[in-house]
Design a protein around this ligand. Sequence first.
Ligand code: HAM
Length: 407
Amino acid sequence: MKDAWPDEARKWQRIEAVAREVLFAFGFGEIKTPVLEKTELFARSIGEATDIVEKEMYTFADRSGDSLTMRPEATAGLVRAFIESKTYAQPGPHKLFLIGPMFRHERPQKGRLRQFHQIDVEVLGDDGPQSDAELMVMLAHLLERLGLSGVQIKLNSLGCPACRPAYRMALLGFLDSRRGKLCDDCRRRLDTNPLRVLDCKVEACQEAVEGAPAMAEHLCQACQDHFNMVKQLIGGAGVDYQLDERLVRGLDYYTRTTFEAVAGDLGAQNAVAGGGRYDGLIEMLGGPAQGAIGFAFGLERLALLLPDEKDPPAPALYIAAMGEEARAWAFTTAAELRRLGLWVELTPEDKSLKAQLRRANKMNAAKVLIVGPEELKAGKAPLKDMATGEQNELALDQVVPVMAPAQ
Ligand code: HAM
């Protein structure tokens, strides 16, 4: 878990501002749900046999003895809220996004934290391929708007309850003969979640799955038609994507379309965003049989890809004031300008002019006004433009009107 200082926080603000703009253009509304949910909600929706539920959740009993978990992801809580509020009874699709912290007790490394932040995006109450395509077009827009190049979108279909069991059998048949070559985790996965073996990062496992049957060849007609339409729509919209038969994702609720955005620069933890369709989840959690799809960005990973700011923010005016009276004048003048939204800085103590100018320089102030007893008496003071070095006398009663930001 880490602290984000202003330089880092400003990157997040930039990402969030661009994300909100793009999301609003696609008709999404922002939702906030609690960080804590009942443990059972995550166990049921993400799946008992996933890494998240087995090893990574921050779970504790509260004072009433209820088992609560700090959300490891946003989808489950959002679906819970959707069902609880009966929003499903209104005509859909319901487009929602959530920005907030998530918690997973993972082994920390570059791009992998125990408290991280997601921009989570969900379309609930719709099962048509246009929603899938819309989300991927939006994902591509957002990456483009942030100026991120070299991010690839990977796409797969995991089928549905009609066609996946047969695929699972075919895959198990293939993997069974290679059991000895698999890592301990994957040998266990053969019994619980064999599809996960396909995207295990251990080299021996990757070799063992060479030539494994592909889900794409086992899709039922309805899944095939859906997937073809998604590809046609995003291709038509100019989204650059690659098919990836190994893209399984680490949460059990997925059906049909799954996708990820990956960036080589991030090293091992290279997924900036990931998501997919989860058509069975709303019903499984007690709602009606409605389809849904979504994805989430990792804010920290996006921030790692963003270049540093060229011009960090700086004060528009620094008032260097000497002597008690001038300092009192500077204090009220700064307050007036700050009320109008201008960033004005003062030195908190009575320091030498040299020390005050040094601080103004260090903060990169655009202009410096120098006021002492003489200037107060004369009713005017020098205003220096720090970029050009140009200096003009300014009447003290003109400081606020001249410096006030244009409304
Ligand atoms: P996820 O792939 O587990 O999916 O997480 C989405 C994104 O969150 C990842 O691509 C990554 O950028 C970021 N992320 C995940 N774990 C960490 C971590 N430990 N440290 C830093 N960043 C991390 C989900 O969470 C699904 N709920 C997405 C979704 C929404 N599917 C449908 N709707």
